[in-house]
Design a protein around this ligand. Structure first.
Ligand code: CA
Length: 213
C-alpha cells in the first residue's frame, strides 16, 4: 500500500489525523534547528526558512497548518510577511518577538497574527501555544462549514452533518457522491439544475421518478 492510500483510508475511517506541518521562519540557525528538533520530537512535521521573502512565497504556495514567524528577517520582516499572508490565508501564525518589544507584539496582533511568544521562551510554552492555535483554527473551520447550508431548489446539503435532503427527505449517498455533490454546489450553485446534478453525481441520464434520487 502506498503512503497516499494509507492516509486516505485513515481519513475515511475518521481515525488519527495526519501530522501537522509547521513552517519555522527564523534566520538564527541555532534557534531554527532547536525548534525543528523539539517540534519534530513532539510529532510535528517541520520546515524552516531564514529569508522573509522566500518564507512568504513558501507559505502561500504550500499548505502549512501553522507558521512560527520571527520578526527581524532578511529581505522582508515578519510583520510584512504576516500582513501579506493574511491577505490570502488564515493559516495560524505565532510571532516570535524580541524581549520587551511591546510595539512588535501589538503590531503583530493588529495585522492578524494569532499569538506571540517573547524570546527566550520555554519550549513547553511554545508547544501549548501551538496546540491552542491549532485547536482554535480547527474550531473556526468547523464552525464556518456548519453555517453554510447549500441548496439548489428543493435539494439541500448540510455540510456539518454530511446530510443531503430532497424535499426534506434524507438521501442515501456514498462518500464519493456526497463529496462530488458538495463540490458542485460550492463551485457552481447558480448554473445547475437538479437534473444536471443527478446526471453529474450519479453519472447517467436519470429517467423516472426524481423523488427517488
Ligand atoms: Ca531574526
Amino acid at each position: 500500500m502506498t503512503k497516499a492510500e494509507a492516509t486516505g483510508m485513515t481519513e475515511a475511517a475518521g481515525a488519527a489525523e495526519a501530522p501537522k506541518r509547521i513552517m519555522i521562519v527564523e534566520d538564527e540557525k541555532r534557534i531554527a534547528r532547536f525548534l525543528q528538533m523539539e517540534l519534530e520530537h513532539e510529532g510535528f512535521v517541520t520546515e524552516s526558512e531564514e529569508n522573509g521573502r522566500r518564507a512568504y512565497e513558501r507559505i502561500v504556495q504550500e499548505q502549512y497548518d501553522l507558521v512560527l514567524l520571527d520578526i527581524m528577517l532578511p529581505d522582508m520582516d515578519g510583520l510584512e510577511v504576516c500582513r501579506r499572508v493574511r491577505e490570502i490565508s488564515d493559516v495560524p501564525i505565532i510571532m516570535l518577538t524580541a524581549k520587551d518589544d511591546v510595539e512588535d507584539k501589538v503590531n503583530g496582533l493588529d495585522i492578524g497574527a494569532d499569538d506571540y511568544l517573547t524570546k527566550p521562551f520555554a519550549i513547553q510554552e511554545l508547544f501549548a501555544r501551538v496546540r491552542a492555535a491549532l485547536r482554535v483554527h480547527k474550531a473556526n473551520e468547523a464552525g464556518n462549514r456548519d453555517e453554510r447550508v447549500l441548496a439548489v431548489k428543493d435539494l439541500v446539503l448540510y455540510p456539518g452533518r454530511y446530510e443531503v435532503r430532497v424535499k426534506g427527505e434524507l438521501v442515501e449517498l456514498t462518500k464519493k457522491e456526497y463529496s462530488l455533490l458538495e463540490y458542485m454546489l460550492r463551485n457552481k450553485p447558480n448554473v445547475l439544475t437538479r437534473d444536471q446534478i443527478l446526471q453529474e453525481v450519479w453519472g447517467y441520464d436519470y429517467v423516472g421518478d426524481t423523488n427517488v434520487v
